[in-house]
Design a protein around this ligand. Structure first.
Ligand code: CS2
Length: 454
């Protein structure tokens, strides 16, 4: 067995010009993969910070940030060593974070902190009622060098250091499945900045560009079999390889005043407006994922691949795609066929329980917009209604276990019976939906179809 280090693999670490928050499998299969494959990769190293769990930084440290991408196409598997992560830090390394922000070399901050990590209230503003957010604001008001715990808190701490150092303009590029993720992040960061230091929002306006993107690559969690496979095939021990599909897409819009890697030469689409691509991906792919995560686990399926082979479940997905496709500006037929292939990929084991997490952040952006369009056109179709009905039953304890960053909120949605829970869930999704008796009746009918009551 050879050792898995930069020296052994002839991969010197590139200087850090990108900071990434939220070091997990997805960013390693996506942003780091594109950065690795850009022709100017030698100039663009990533310093990545973990989320709350330090494991990933600890696993990567002995192997100098290197890891193996296991690309599982439907026809076969290939392996790629990725060396774009020059440094991996645990989330509490506040000094390192401030150090990067204070350097004029830093050009870009990217993030994959999950939908819940952005700490948005229902209207998109900063959720300042959240205890962690409130604690970060108080801490930074008292001391700009204070330790903070939330994503917007850390960004503001970094920007305070950057302003103090006079380090100049940079770009923030969020890489999570939020519609219009650039403006969404601008909002929470500016809100938190304003609460900490009245002069900071003005400085942010002048110095920070918020770019927007659509990200896509199905990336399951790493298993012990993945580790053994890499040892067998590659002849070294990798503590943290990343299994992913062959398909990958990244569509980016925005300004990069301090530069960026030549991502376009690595397959990234640079566009003026991300929205049509974002909606297609969020509604078609992520929307059907959420439908499967709740509805198909009630039927006993564990993975996307198993569920999509079931004729009843596939019918539900097709019903949803018929509706979602209706309201997209870009073509959806070929996209849909490609999605089926991706879902059916026999070499990818994507757990529905993983996708089921954080429904309170996902259902509103993946399912509700197309439902609203339908209601406006005078229809209440089963496609989106079934996803909501399945989420209702999931919250009541059916199918995948409930795991949600807004734990208290989702617990509070569960009433003493089905009717009450439906009322609460629809109220949470929008008063217009709760007040629509046809919507209420259809959600109930499909909830009972999923979980019959005596
Ligand atoms: C999934 C996504 O977990 C989820 O909610 O829908 O992680 C999905 O696999 C990715 O967005 C694919 O690009």
């Amino acid at each position: 067995m050879s050792t898995f280090t930069r020296e052994n693999h002839g991969r010197p670490a590139a200087p850090v010009r990108i900071v990434h928050m939220g070091l997990g499998n997805f960013t390693r299969a996506h942003q780091a993969y594109y950065t690795e494959n850009a022709p100017d990769a030698a100039e663009w190293g990533i310093a990545a910070f973990t989320g709350r769990r330090p494991d990933q930084a600890r696993a990567l440290a002995p192997q100098d940030g290197l890891y193996t991408l296991i690309v599982r196409g439907s026809e076969g598997t290939s392996y790629e060593v990725i060396s774009a992560i020059s440094r991996a830090h645990t989330s509490d390394d506040a000094e390192a974070l401030r150090g990067y922000f204070a350097s004029p070399e830093l050009a870009i901050l990217t993030s994959t902190v999950t939908e819940a990590g952005y700490m948005r209230a229902a209207d998109g503003s900063l959720d300042s009622g959240n205890a962690d957010v409130a604690a970060d604001i108080e801490a930074l008001r008292a001391d700009p060098l204070a330790e903070v715990s939330t994503f917007p808190g850390k960004v503001v701490a970094g920007l305070l250091a950057r302003r103090a150092a006079g380090a100049g303009a940079m770009t923030i590029l969020p890489c999570d499945n939020l519609p219009e993720n650039g403006p969404a992040v601008r909002r929470v960061v500016t809100d938190l900045a304003a609460a900490v230091d009245q002069g900071l929002p003005g400085w942010i306006d002048e110095n920070v560009s918020f770019a927007t993107c659509m990200v896509d690559r199905i990336t399951p969690a790493t298993t012990d079999e993945d580790r053994s496979e890499v040892a067998r095939e590659m002849g070294y021990d990798d503590a943290s390889p990343v299994p992913t599909e062959a398909f990958s897409e990244w569509v980016v819009a925005g300004d990069f005043p301090a530069g960026r890697p030549r991502w376009e030469d690595a397959g990234v689409a640079i566009v003026e407006d991300v929205t049509p691509f974002e909606e297609r991906k969020l509604w078609m792919l992520n929307g059907s994922h959420s439908l499967l995560a709740y509805a198909a686990t009630i039927r006993g399926f564990e993975t996307v691949g198993e569920a999509i082979m079931d004729p009843e479940v596939r019918g539900w997905v097709n019903e949803w795609w018929d509706v979602a496709g209706e309201h997209l500006e870009v073509e959806s037929e070929e996209y849909r066929a490609a999605l089926l292939d991706r879902f059916e990929n026999p070499n990818i084991r994507h757990l529905l329980a993983q996708i089921a997490a954080d429904g309170s952040q996902k259902i509103p952006v993946r399912i509700v917009p197309a439902l609203r369009e339908e209601i406006a056109a005078g229809r209440v179709p089963d496609g989106p209604i079934r996803a909501i009905a399945a989420w209702v039953q999931h919250l009541r304890g059916h199918g995948a276990p409930v795991k949600d960053a807004q734990e208290d909120l989702v617990k509070g949605l569960v009433g003493s019976d089905l009717d009450e829970t439906i009322g609460n869930v629809l109220e949470f999704l929008g008063e217009d939906l709760a007040a629509n008796t046809e919507v209420v009746d259809r959600v109930k009918a499909l909830a009972l179809e999923l979980v019959p009551e005596e």
